[in-house]
Design a binder for this molecule. Sequence first.
Ligand code: DAH
Length: 335
Amino acid sequence: MNPKLETIWNDLNEESSKIKSTKDALTLKGKFIGKQGIVPGLLKTIKDLPIEEKKTFGKEVNELKVKIQDKLFNLVESFENKGSTSIDLSMPGLQTKTGTLHPITQTIQDLTHIFKKLGFAVETGPEIENDYYNFEALNIPEHHPARDTQDTFFIDEKHVLRTQTSGIQIRTMENQKPPIRIVAPGKVFRVDHDVTHSPVFHQIEGLMVDKDINFRHLKYILRMLIHELFGQERAVRFRPSFFPFTEPSAEMDVSCFKCNGKGCRLCSNTGWIEILGCGMVDPNVLTGVGIDPDVYSGWAFGVGIERIAMLKYAITDIRLFYENDLRFLKQFIKA
Ligand code: DAH
């Protein structure tokens, strides 16, 4: 080999024996065969050589170039395979950022978990519901004023975006014989929009039908629900109310979270916060699904998930749930 080329080859070997990482190998590659490197520099000189030398020297330089390329390629590869000394094992690891369940999903899971422990099954139903399940089978016939109170989104004459999860009660009772114990969470829709109302929100429905079911069972379960969700210190009270599908109907209040019943702005000075609607399933509803009201009775309730989550986490604007602002959502990362 031409002595000049031999020196270059020896230099490369010597330098490559000292390198410690892929990065060093790449630097060496740049120095010897990179665009401005030693070998391309030699190639540029070929054109000025006498004709005979041009041939042999040109051939030798090209051979050297291939040898250097092979050598450096193997070197880089050997570092990469080894896991290379370029990885500093004492460095702290990169943390992967994981997501978190949305507070509404978490609240639904908290609620269904409480009921699953009591042997309740979870049912779901369609969000586009027909008039029969959303109204009629729930004892709300055409022209009944209760249809107006629900600010319905109509799809067509016979279909609506469901205004309540109560229709799932009917679908379940049509398909299952008592004893029935279900909860049914889901999205519901109403033409309504302000700091405490959203056109899309969530409810969970509860239904229990069996022989000898009475109002005391309902009170027991709902009181227990509130204690599990908000702590044993919360008092509850039931006020008479009206829902077409329950008789008698009631609304349940909990003692105010802020003033503990003394009266403050949060509870409009009543000491109580309204939380859900409930009652004994109306005999008409049972008859409609082929369950004999002389043999069976049942209770039902419906509650807004956002309402529970807002009270639990002291959130005052419902829109925060839907804005997907990470600063808001990150507060719900469970440890
Ligand atoms: N569906 C009612 C609403 O959206 C809530 C409700 C009240 C559900 C009483 C029930 C019930 O099952 O028994 O306002």
